[in-house]
Design a protein. Structure first.
Length: 331
C-alpha cells in the first residue's frame, strides 16, 4: 500500500495516509480531516461513532474472568448469558495543550508543558463514571449514521458542549499547575499560562452491558464495544481461594508479631518494635483478608492504566473530582 505524508490542519503534525484514502484522523490531536490531492482540509462534521468490534463481547468477558485468581474452575462451563444491552454513550472529545512558565523561590524559571486528548461523557449516568479518564482510541471513528440509534440504547447529551469545554479548560489548568509543582521545587509562582482547548467532536461510544448467571447468582460486566476490552466485570471467588487468602492474612499477622518478639528477646530493644511489627503485619494482611470477606470481586482490563495515570496525576485528579462535585455532575 502506497503512503503519502500530509500535514494535519489542526496541529501541523506530519501524518502518513494511504494515497487512496479520503478521510483520516490525526493520531496526535484527534482531528478528522479530508485528504485531497492538494493536502488536507478540515471537515465541518463534528458528530461521530465508533463501529462495533465483531468479536462476541460475552466470550471476551468470560475469557478475561477465567484468568482471574481464585475464580471457580467451572466458571465458564457452569455460566450462561442472561442478558445484554448495547449503550451508545455520548462523549465530548477535546485536544488540550498548555504551556506555563514557573518560577522558583530563587528566581530561576522553568517551562512546563502538558498535551492530552481527553473525553468527557455528556450524560449523568453511572456508566459515565467508568468512562472518566478512559483510554479512548483516537483513530477508527466514523461519521455519525442514524441507524446506530436503533442498534441499542441511544443517549442524547445532557451536558452542553460549552460547559464541557470549560471543564476541559479547567482540567488543563489543573494539570499544568500540578506539573509545575512536580517540576519546580520549591515553586514560587506561575508567571504565565498559555492554554488551548480544541473541540474534536461528539462521539457516541459503544459499551456492552452483560449479565450472566453462575450457580444461582447473577453477575454483571461492561465491555468496550469498539475495542473489546473489559471495562469492569463481577465474578465469584472459589471457597478454596478464600481459604488460601485467609491463611495468608493470618500468616502475615503472625510474622508481624513473631519476628519483632524474637528481635526483642535477642537484642533487648524497645517493645515499640513489637507494636511496629504488628501494625506492619496487619497492613500486609489487609489485601488478602479483604478478598476473603467478599463473595463477589471485580476486575478490569483498563484498571492498571487508570491507576498509573491517576497516580502520576494524583493531585490533579483529586482536585478535578472536587471540581466536578461543585458543578453538580451526578457521577
Amino acid at each position: 500500500m502506497n503512503l503519502r505524508v500530509i500535514r494535519c490542519p489542526g496541529c501541523s503534525a506530519e501524518v502518513k495516509v494511504p494515497e487512496t484514502g479520503h478521510t483520516t484522523t490525526c493520531p496526535y490531536c484527534g482531528l478528522t480531516f479530508r485528504v485531497t490531492p492538494a493536502g488536507a482540509e478540515e471537515l465541518e462534521v463534528d458528530h461521530f461513532y465508533f463501529p462495533l468490534d465483531r468479536r462476541d463481547p460475552y466470550d471476551l468477558m468470560m475469557r478475561f474472568v477465567e484468568r482471574q485468581y481464585g475464580v471457580p474452575a467451572d466458571i465458564r462451563t457452569s455460566s450462561y448469558l442472561t442478558g445484554r444491552e448495547l449503550h451508545f454513550v455520548p462523549v465530548y472529545f477535546f485536544y488540550v495543550h498548555g504551556v506555563a512558565e514557573a518560577e522558583r523561590d530563587d528566581g530561576r524559571r522553568v517551562l512546563v508543558e502538558e498535551v492530552d486528548f481527553i473525553g468527557f461523557p455528556a450524560v449523568e449516568l453511572p456508566i459515565a463514571k467508568m468512562l472518566w479518564e478512559y483510554p479512548f482510541p483516537i483513530r477508527g471513528r466514523r461519521f455519525f449514521e442514524e441507524r446506530i440509534m436503533k442498534m441499542g440504547r441511544y443517549y442524547e447529551p445532557v451536558i452542553a458542549k460549552d460547559r464541557a469545554e470549560r471543564m476541559a479548560l479547567e482540567y488543563l489548568r489543573i494539570l499544568i499547575d500540578e506539573e509545575a509543582r512536580r517540576s519546580v521545587e520549591p515553586l514560587g509562582r506561575i508567571i504565565e499560562r498559555r492554554m488551548e482547548v480544541r473541540f474534536r467532536g461528539l462521539v457516541h461510544y459503544p459499551v456492552w452491558e452483560l449479565h450472566y448467571h453462575y450457580k444461582g447468582k447473577e453477575y454483571k460486566g461492561y465491555v468496550d464495544g469498539a475495542t473489546g476490552m473489559v471495562i469492569e466485570v463481577e465474578y465469584p471467588i472459589a471457597l478454596r481461594a478464600r481459604a488460601v487468602q485467609m491463611a495468608l492474612a493470618g500468616l502475615f499477622i503472625l510474622l508481624g508479631v513473631l519476628i519483632p518478639t524474637m528481635i526483642i528477646a535477642i537484642t533487648r530493644c524497645s517493645p515499640l518494635a513489637l507494636a511496629a511489627g504488628t501494625v506492619t503485619g496487619i497492613v500486609a494482611a489487609m489485601a488478602p483478608f479483604t478478598r476473603t470477606i467478599k463473595r463477589v470481586l471485580k476486575a478490569s482490563q483498563v484498571s492498571k492504566f487508570l491507576t498509573r495515570r491517576r497516580h502520576r496525576r494524583r493531585g490533579a485528579h483529586e482536585r478535578f473530582l472536587r471540581l466536578l462535585g461543585t458543578i453538580r455532575i451526578k457521577w
